[in-house]
Design a protein around this ligand. Structure first.
Ligand SMILES: Cc1cc2nc3c(=O)[nH]c(=O)nc-3n(C[C@H](O)[C@H](O)[C@H](O)COP(=O)(O)OP(=O)(O)OC[C@H]3O[C@@H](n4cnc5c(N)ncnc54)[C@H](O)[C@@H]3O)c2cc1C
Length: 562
């Protein structure tokens, strides 16, 4: 079955896809089609729109691609579960709503690679600003935006446990900072969040829904793109499948833009003949372009929960009890307020765990509750507790994402190689020791009922690493699998995001990062999409803004620096 021709066909109505759809269809002369494998993000769907419901979509086939890594060799052969949004808005409809740009030094590091000069902090900053309306920023703050679609609320991070946390970090020798997305990332602060007026503000709600009335913009959901079609080396369209219907629909396109995320985009490239020639042939796929970097360079953040029981009834535990849920849900439905209106990730910070790194290599989130991955609370004492999530932010472990079947429904093999490097293991030990310095500070003495996890019996470096291998989970930031660059392993051109070696095909999502930034990665994905929109449209890029940002002066080496 054939259909009309579009100027741009966007594969994936996720985070980057929604931003691009908005920007590319702003010119009525451009015919834009968005194809999304998942369902619509219905207005009544509380599991998407109620911030505190964020755990419910994970593991559900109605929202989640439900990936799993291959057995991880340095984690006792464990398979690590990887959620990915499969619904309009993509992962931004199911994520934790924490908004972090990463450190300005992350982009200096990007720009130090050949051909990447236009991705330094000065060039990225205007796009970070264009996408946001930061409600907490001062009017004259040169780092923050005031008129973009993503309205950001900060904190509030109030209550006895948040007060104790901020006092404890100071007692442990760490600074506070005004804004981790502003002049100085290093330190602890209330966090910006993609929550507005008590609701999740996903990329779909912020960018796509407001423009869906445009006659030149079309959206098709439950449309799984199965391959890109080429005429020689030129992408001329694609085909997609619909659940329960035989055959596939073909679409002709002036350009195809892959926004399927860091797992689906490299898979689709490989299934369409773009990847390492030897691997494609072994799979039985005709080679269109021999690009050995496709599906290489996989990066992520691993994290653990360090938990304490609380001796006083000061945590969020009562709201997690089954009997409290109807009341929490009702208050949210009626007023969009109360415990249902928070994502719980209201504060945290960034620290350097050793003197060798030039900028923070650990990120903390603090939660005024101790809750296990399966939703269980500490036994006794009303289940009260608190916890931090912590992990290294620019590990040098590298993995792969490789298609293992020509059937697009067969998930690719994900190998992360977590804990495989000396640097990674060293930073994990430092992370746990540093965390104990904070949670063991005097400010927590009135509240602490003892460390629940990992527990005092985990003491030596070997015991810490063993516990991390058994307990850690992904922070859900897979990225870098079709990276920008100009070397032999680069997949897309930094100046256009076009896939090397072919025409009419670009990638715009978390795959194109060269290195994972040191924070949650949604904001960097959206910055990339904003910048890509100008590159695709041929607009004059926004003027670089070379503002001074905080740099730690005493960095002894250049590890993880340009
Ligand atoms: C549970 C969870 C919690 C997270 N928490 C945070 C957080 O708090 N803060 C933060 O900054 N980051 C967080 N992240 C990470 C962040 O949300 C993602 O990295 C980011 O949104 C990815 O954007 P993307 O555009 O690359 O991909 P996505 O937003 O995942 O979009 C990809 C879209 O493409 C669609 N698609 C894929 N393949 C096809 C195909 N073949 N055909 C059609 N459609 C297709 C998908 O269904 C999806 O809608 C979290 C992620 C998850 C999963």
């Amino acid at each position: 079955m054939a259909s009309a021709r579009y100027d741009y066909v966007i594969v994936g109505g996720g985070s980057a896809g929604c931003a691009l759809a908005n920007r590319l269809s702003a010119d009525p002369a451009n015919r834009v089609l968005v194809l999304e494998a998942g369902r619509r993000d219905a207005w009544w769907d509380v599991f998407i729109h109620m911030p505190a419901a964020l755990a419910f979509p994970i593991g559900s086939r109605f929202y989640d691609w439900r990936y799993e890594s291959e057995p991880e060799p340095h984690m006792g052969g464990r398979r690590i579960y990887h959620a990915r949004g499969k619904v309009l808005g993509g992962s931004s409809s199911v994520n934790g709503m924490i908004f972090q740009r990463g450190n300005p030094m992350d982009y200096e590091r990007w720009a130090a690679d050949p051909g990447m000069e236009s991705w330094d902090h000065a060039h990225c900053l205007p796009y970070f600003k264009r996408m946001e309306t930061c409600l907490a920023a001062r009017g004259d703050d040169p780092f923050r935006g005031r008129a973009g679609p993503l309205v950001l609320e900060r904190g509030p991070a109030r209550g006895p446990l948040f007060d104790a946390f901020f006092a404890a970090v100071l007692q442990a020798g760490h600074p506070l900072t005004e804004d981790v997305n502003g002049y100085r990332q290093e330190g602890f602060a209330a966090f910006d969040r993609n929550v507005h007026r008590g609701r999740r503000l996903s990329a779909a709600r912020a960018y796509l829904h407001p423009v869906l009335h445009r006659p030149n913009l079309e959206l098709r959901t439950r449309a799984l793109v199965t391959r890109v079609d080429f005429d020689g080396a030129r992408a001329v369209g694609l085909r997609y499948a619909r659940p329960g219907r035989p055959g596939s629909v073909r679409v002709r396109a002036g350009e195809v833009i892959l926004c399927g995320g860091a797992i689906n985009s490299p898979q689709l490239l490989q299934l369409s003949g773009v990847g390492a020639a030897s691997e494609l042939r072994a799979l039985g796929v005709d080679v269109v372009a021999d690009l050995p970097g496709v599906g290489e360079n996989l990066q992520d953040h691993l994290e653990v929960y360090v938990q304490h029981a609380a001796t006083q009834p000061v945590s969020m535990a009562p709201y997690f009890a089954l009997r409290a849920r109807p009341r929490v849900g009702l208050e949210w439905l009626l007023r969009k307020s109360g415990p249902g209106a928070t994502n719980h990730f209201e504060a945290g910070g960034f620290v350097r765990s050793n003197h060798d790194v030039a900028y923070p290599n650990l990120m903390y989130h603090f939660l005024p509750i101790a809750v296990r991955y399966d939703g269980t609370l500490p036994e006794g004492g009303g289940g009260h507790g608190y916890q931090v999530h912590v992990g290294p932010m620019y590990s040098d472990a590298r993995g792969t994402c490789k298609a293992i079947s020509t059937d697009p429904r067969v998930k690719p093999a994900l190998r992360f190689n977590y804990l495989s490097t000396e640097q990674d293991r060293r930073e994990w030990v430092e992370a746990i020791r540093m965390t104990r310095g904070i949670l063991g500070a005097p400010a927590f003495a009135p509240f602490s009922g003892g460390e629940l996890s990992p527990g005092p019996q985990v003491e030596s470096d070997a015991q810490i690493l063993d516990w991390v291998a058994r307990d850690a989970e992904t922070a859900l930031h897979p990225s870098c699998t079709a990276r920008m660059g100009t070397d032999a392993l680069a997949v897309v051109d930094p100046l256009s995001l076009r896939v090397h070696g072919v025409e009419g095909l670009r990638v715009v999502d978390a795959s194109v990062f060269p290195y994972v930034p040191n924070g949650n990665i949604y904001a960097p994905v959206m910055m990339t999409a904003e910048k890509a929109a100008d590159l695709v449209l041929g607009n004059t890029p926004l003027e670089p803004e070379p503002v001074a940002f905080h740099r730690h002066r005493a960095a002894a080496t250049t590890r993880a620096t340009p």
